[in-house]
Design a protein around this ligand. Structure first.
Ligand code: GLN
Length: 257
């Protein structure tokens, strides 16, 4: 049997990588290797085309306004159209904070410049007003079950947020989760992130995936099932990951930030 091989496509790896986002690459890589699944990591930087393999996870990390401004011309050309087509076809994409914001229609900077996004999510992000603070701190959120999954085990995610932008979801995109503690999309409507088909967006850095192994496995499984839809992942011993989750979630639940 041909060995399964997953490709991690790391978008703008040298520009969009805040608060440990690179840990998401390491988490996917390790959880594949521990199961004997071959993994290749490809950095897709400025001017470099996307070369999908059919079994990919696309990662788009967070970044300051400066980096988002520097990459937006590159993203709004063929690369953005390709990424949107991959998303529409059920490709697996995870965007974190600044990367997540550019998966919507636009991200507006505090200077009033509207940076066009790739439009995978029906949403836009406005800048914080001068009288508004940055949204910073640990977050605990309950993930919304997918349609037809209502009786599934409730899932939670933890992570760290630090953003000025406020994201408003439109009718065409579901939130990923509901905030239990923290700010999330805009600090007002209690939603966190977005999810559509196999595309996930979140404000959670930290990095996100090492402390939320079920989500890491969900991304890996969704990618592998694009080549073999009967594929199942063998379970791993997640004691360390669950302890890391519990330590942050415990602190947040106790109001210790
Ligand atoms: N520059 C964006 C903002 O401030 C995203 C920041 C980030 O990725 N942490 O909202």
């Amino acid at each position: 049997m041909e060995r399964l091989r997953l490709t991690i496509q790391h978008l703008y790896a040298d520009m969009m990588n805040l608060y440990g986002d690179r840990g998401n690459v390491i988490s996917i890589k390790k959880r594949c290797e521990w199961r004997g699944i071959e993994v290749e990591v490809v950095d897709v930087g400025l001017g470099e085309p996307i070369r999908p393999t059919g079994c990919d996870v696309f990662l788009f990390g967070g970044g300051q306004d400066r980096e988002q401004t520097l990459l937006v011309d590159d993203l709004s050309g063929a690369k953005g159209r390709e990424l949107k087509a991959i998303a529409e076809d059920g490709g697996v994409i995870l965007g974190v904070c600044g990367g997540y914001q550019l998966m919507g229609h636009y991200y507006e900077t505090p200077e009033g410049e509207k940076l066009p996004g790739v439009g995978i999510f029906d949403m836009h992000t406005r800048p914080r007003r001068p009288d508004e603070p940055r949204l910073i701190g640990n977050v605990l959120a309950r993930v919304r079950p997918l349609e037809g999954e209502a009786d599934a085990t409730p899932r939670e995610i933890v992570g760290f947020e630090n953003h000025g932008g406020r994201t408003e979801l439109g009718g065409g995109t579901e939130p990923l989760a509901d905030v239990i503690s923290g700010y999330g999309n805009n600090g007002r409507d209690g939603t966190e992130g977005a999810r559509r088909l196999n595309s996930y967006g979140t404000y959670l850095h930290g990095s996100l995936l090492p402390k939320n192994p079920w989500l890491t496995d969900q991304l890996i499984l969704n990618a592998l099932r694009r080549t073999d839809d009967s594929f199942e992942l063998e379970p791993l011993d997640d004691a360390a990951e669950k302890a890391a989750f519990a330590s942050v979630a415990g602190r947040v639940r106790a109001g210790k930030g």
